[in-house]
Design a protein around this ligand. Sequence first.
Ligand code: MV4
Length: 448
Amino acid sequence: MFKKVLIANRGEIALRVIRTCKEMGIKTVAVYSKADADSLHVRFADEAVCIGPAASSESYLSIPNIISAAEITNADAIHPGYGFLSENSKFSRICAEHGIKFIGASADQIDKMGDKATAKETMKEAGVPCVPGSEGIMATFEHAVKTAKEIGYPVMIKATAGGGGKGMRAVPSEDHLQDAWDSARREAAASFGNDAMYMEKLILEPRHIEIQVVGDRYGKACHLSERDCSIQRRHQKLVEETPSPFMTDKLRKKMGNAAVKAAEYIAYEGAGTVEFLVDKDRNFYFMEMNTRIQVEHPITEQVVGFDLIREQIKVAAGEPISGKNYFPEMHSIEVRINAEDAFNDFRPCPGKIVSFHAPGGHGVRLDTHCYSGYIIPPYYDSMIAKLIVTARTREESLEKLARALDEFIIEGIKTTIPFHQQLLKNEDFRKGVYTTKFMEDFELVHPE
Ligand code: MV4
């Protein structure tokens, strides 16, 4: 087992990893930017190294600075958390070259899944259901016209370097194809320096349902059931829950088996997530595979009863997995509390938290790095807490969530708590009837 793990991240996930390391008797090293000197991850780690100025590009994204910090402190592994360098194949490779275990996917696996057209072709080979579409990249506009004719409109063109919605266009008919093609390529070139495109049949009003998987270095993988992440706004998830209100036992088995097949086909090592689109008839299609621990992992931990960070560390250290799949026995829901003004287009609101009181009680978990007096810096993302509630049924979870949101006090900045309180009153949400289109139609009432 590792003796010392460096956490190449900040905020709640850095704290989350430190907590598990402590429980496992592993020493921890925090890294921090000048803007994060007063952060709790710095305080709770055994050692802390300043790795640069506030800008992420010169601190949390600086590979030389982080590798130096690991070498100076003699860390034998690095946990990258989510975001930042967690899916950076160059970083994974450099860690390996320095004899530091990267607690995440290998460089090859990151590259394979990071290029979406390659990922899709790989999954087709593995026998995982995929949306009908082009075979790999379309080199020319003429090729796109021909492919769209074959699969039938509406279609979607997607940047192979994309993900998170950038370089992606829904195309209702042929007369829109030229504009969509030009603008998607321009956006992809500007965002990723890669304008290669592939095409799929457009799935109307899909649900986003993902399967958590864990694989070991002996080629074995298992799944830990699903998370429904359909409540999103501009590709930012707002709420996640498990089980999905749309799930059936039969579909869970099918999707779980497909996700395990996906992971085993690429000999996936570590914790990963296979994302699917699910249509109204419960057909499911591979969308992307995330080769990192995700923000919403706690709801899975709550319903299957184990610590996913511990699993990541164990498989990274070479332990085999049990090979058993896990099915939820409880219901868990997470809401992301962001420092944003929900009534002003979710505009970020960094600043000082004057007063902070965390909700608690039975079935309530709060993953956060915030406290009274903490100043949220403007340089990083605006998520400040994850409120996770768990109960025997969805109805009880919703009751608990309303109660926990009511006792959550954050003063000094605007947060998305009022948004979540209104969401909980929405009839469709309460019934569990929602798709990825939900937020487009949701009308927030401005408080007077
Ligand atoms: C789609 C789709 C409909 N049909 N693909 C959005 C992010 C990127 N990872 C894939 N996405 C989508 N791909 C086909 N063939 C609809 C979306 C989509 C979406 C997916 C999941 C969650 C929210 C979404 C919001 C808009 C569009």
